[in-house]
Design a protein around this ligand. Structure first.
Ligand code: PMT
Length: 407
């Protein structure tokens, strides 16, 4: 992925195509946005369908194409307000002179203008029209009105036009459109970073029906994944078994045991800038996994002894990697919180550790809230009790501060 376009990853782009000879370029634009990891949905005006078929755009975008304001089929899938809410960016490419005029004068009587009026996300327009039409004062006044309203313009470009004339009015080339769209997102504090988060418990098999595990619900790790996405990061969530639905726009890797989690993390370290270990990883696993269910009294005794062997320390191994990411651990403790957390910070060679008092049921396993002190070499911050989501936002911002301070 090109670095300059990383901000398009996981973005939801609503591509509006209006009627004009450049409408066919919407097909390549859709593909190129998807190549950067964007999710693209398409709205076409009726006149755009004279230049390129909705079927083509549906096949490329892999979603139904939205054509009409009052179409019971598409409105029931996603109505115009939902479409506006769904989008991170509404990008109209190509935008005709007629579309600019209608939008500039507040029209909302077709789907594309209605969505632009309802959108609270950025709206970007890539005009394409004959050079004389672009130069005319009504078009220029409409452009100025739209710019005044905070609408972004990408282009137009100058050069030879489809009609054979030369001048300003060509649709920007696809590369420039991608960069322009990408620049509109370049604001999150973790923009361009890949964050790997481990979450949930691990399960260590004893026999085909039993396992050793713990009470981690995954809530804290999943909340952090959401906060990291909102900060603009690409997020890989390596999760043990949980009952949660993964936040939107994360790359979810499901694992079961500590060894699975270790392998999944090791495989993704080269692409990881920041690793946050929230998972409650089982330190030990049974030496032998019985192939059949262990029967009661099988050994002729009233006791059963399980021999356990140590699991890999996933986060400590990551911190030792030649290209170690900025590594943040969590320490779940029931006593001596500060001492044990600081010891883990040193022993695991971490950049930061988040101390978690799991003896308090309001802020530990499966709770909706958390409270913590975060330690790093030469500093600490106390975060009072708040929702796991709010705490995640604080943590992401503290991580961004530490990374900025170190660079
Ligand atoms: O999932 P929830 O119900 O929301 O609960 C959240 C939580 C209590 C699980 C979470 O806030 C938390 O404290 N996670 C860390 C749990 C833990 O295993 O702590 P630890 O002190 O045993 O481990 C220290 C660090 O080493 C952790 O980052 C852990 O992920 C990591 N570790 C531990 C053992 C191991 N073999 N490999 C590891 O990577």
């Amino acid at each position: 992925m090109e670095n300059s376009l990383l901000t398009l990853h996981n973005r939801r782009i609503l591509l509006g195509i209006t009627g004009g000879i450049a409408a066919y370029k919407g097909a390549e634009l859709t593909r190129r946005l998807q190549d950067q990891g964007a999710d693209v949905r398409v709205i076409m005006t009726r006149s755009a369908t004279e230049f390129i078929t909705p079927l083509t755009m549906q096949a490329l975008s892999k979603h139904p194409v939205h054509l009409d304001l009052h179409n019971p089929d598409t409105e029931s899938v996603m109505g115009h307000i939902e479409l506006a809410r769904w989008a991170d960016l509404v990008l109209i490419a190509p935008a005709s002179a007629n579309f600019l005029a209608r939008l500039a004068h507040g029209h909302g009587d077709d789907l594309l203008t209605a969505v632009c009026l309802a959108a609270e996300c950025p709206v970007a327009i890539a005009p394409a029209m004959n050079q004389a039409m672009w130069a005319k004062s009504p078009t220029q006044k409409n452009r100025a009105l739209l710019v005044e309203r905070g609408i972004h313009f990408l282009g137009p470009d100058s050069g030879i036009q489809a009609c054979g004339e030369v001048g300003a009015g060509r649709l920007l080339d696809i590369e420039a459109l991608l960069i322009g769209a990408s620049n509109l997102f370049a604001s999150g504090r973790l923009q361009g970073k890949t964050v790997l988060i481990t979450a949930g418990p691990t399960r260590e098999a004893i026999d085909p029906v039993r396992f050793i595990s713990n009470h981690s619900s995954g809530k804290q790790g999943y909340a952090l994944a959401s906060a990291a996405v909102d900060a603009g990061a690409r997020v890989i969530l390596v999760s043990g078994p949980t009952a949660l639905t993964a936040p939107e726009r994360v790359d979810l890797v499901k694992v079961t045991s500590a060894q699975d989690m270790h392998e999944a993390v090791q495989a993704r370290l080269p692409e990881t800038d920041i690793m946050i270990g929230v998972a409650a990883v089982s330190d030990y696993r049974p030496r032998m996994v019985e192939t059949q269910k262990i029967k009661k009294g099988q050994c002729g005794e009233r006791t059963l002894t399980l021999e356990l062997v140590e699991n890999p320390d996933i986060i400590a191994e990551a911190a030792k990697h030649p290209n170690a990411p900025f590594t943040v651990g969590f320490a779940a403790e029931t006593e001596n919180l500060e001492n044990y957390a600081k010891r883990k910070l040193l022993e695991k060679n971490l950049a930061m550790i988040v101390a978690n008092n799991v003896a308090n049921s309001q802020i530990g396993f499966n709770s909706d809230a958390n409270a913590t002190t975060i330690f790093w070499a030469g500093g600490e911050i106390n975060i009072p009790m708040m929702s796991k989501r709010a705490l995640s936002e604080r943590l992401i911002s503290i991580i961004a501060d530490r990374i900025e301070a170190a660079s």
